[in-house]
Design a protein around this ligand. Structure first.
Ligand SMILES: O=P(O)(O)O[C@H]1[C@H](O)[C@@H](O)[C@H](O)[C@H](O)[C@@H]1O
Ligand SMILES: [Mg+2]
Ligand SMILES: [Mg+2]
Length: 290
């Protein structure tokens, strides 16, 4: 079996180097809107992605890329069997613009469409989450473990602290679906709901055991591809919101400490229509999540 450790170590080193650009940036005023008033991009997002991709391409010229801002600029999104780097240069751009201190670089690496490793570097906190397939998950070098296999699901859900996400879309269908989902989950009842504003770091909280579950509808593959393997390698479970197998292109995810918690959440949350990442012009009509 191929060993991708050199790629992992290189990915970690360039994530840390590139974060200097983001943390030092002062040009938040150059902010543009993408698919909704909550979906922003700055020149720093674009600069960090260019730095990452050129460094990787220089070392691994045969590798392919799926970069958030390259796709936003019109590059075709296609996941093939080739070694592929899936990059979110700044996850939490709204936080970056508002100086809310949770901003991450997220890098996943796939071969034959299977994720081999994931890196989430929470730059302001200086927290490096990473995992390699079969090698466990780590935070700043310390092993990570999800909050464990839960027994009585009713006890768990009434004691669960779960993470959801900001609702990016401002579309009526999406807003009413997401607010009723949150209401149903609160009625479990759970201990609390949290959202840091970066899908990657939010989802990594399940790997640390700090949250028992996370779910999102409408995000993109680059938001969660890295944190998905980090949760799995920490002993957690990742699945689609309908309970089926996780598909990073579906734009739906549940991450949880155990299958019992994930299944319980899948029973109560509903999805709204949104295009797959790898689907061209699906015309689903739900604005803000296209
Ligand atoms: O655009 P960036 O890279 O900041 O990613 C964010 C998404 O835009 C949100 O939909 C999503 O809800 C999360 O906030 C995610 O971090
Ligand atoms: Mg993102
Ligand atoms: Mg981003």
């Amino acid at each position: 079996m191929a060993d991708w450790t050199d790629c992992l170590n290189f990915g970690i080193s360039i994530a840390k180097q590139a974060s200097e650009v983001g943390v030092m940036a002062t040009n938040e005023n150059a902010v543009k809107l993408k698919s909704s008033p909550a979906d922003l991009v700055t020149e720093t997002d674009q600069r960090v992605e260019k730095i990452l991709i050129s460094a990787i391409r220089n070392r691994y010229p045969q590798h392919r890329f799926i970069g958030e801002e390259s796709v936003a600029a019109g590059e075709h999104l296609e996941l093939t069997d080739s070694p592929t780097w899936i990059i979110d240069p700044i996850d939490g751009t709204v936080n970056f613009v508002h100086r809310f201190p949770f901003v991450a670089i997220s890098i996943a690496f796939t071969v034959n469409r299977q994720t081999q490793f994931g890196i989430v570097y929470s730059c302001v906190e200086d927290k490096l989450f990473y995992a390699q397939r079969g090698g466990g998950a780590f935070l700043n070098g310390e092993p990570l473990h999800a909050s464990g296999q839960q027994g009585d699901i009713t006890r768990v859900t009434s004691h669960m602290c779960y993470i959801t996400h900001d609702i990016m879309s401002r579309d009526d269908v999406a807003l009413s679906t997401m607010t009723s989902n949150i209401r149903r989950l609160l009625q479990f009842p759970v201990h609390g709901v949290r959202a840091l504003g970066t899908a990657a770091v939010d989802m990594c909280q399940v790997a640390t055991g700090g949250a028992d579950a996370y779910y999102h509808i409408g995000m993109h593959c680059w938001d969660i591809a890295a944190s998905a393997i980090i949760v799995q390698e920490a002993g957690g479970v990742v699945m689609d919101t309908d309970g089926s197998e996780f598909d990073m292109m579906s734009r739906r995810v549940i991450a949880a400490s155990s299958a019992a918690v994930a299944d319980r959440i899948a029973q109560v949350i509903q999805a709204f229509p949104c295009c797959r990442d790898d689907e061209d012009n699906c015309g689903c009509g739900a604005t803000g999540v296209n």
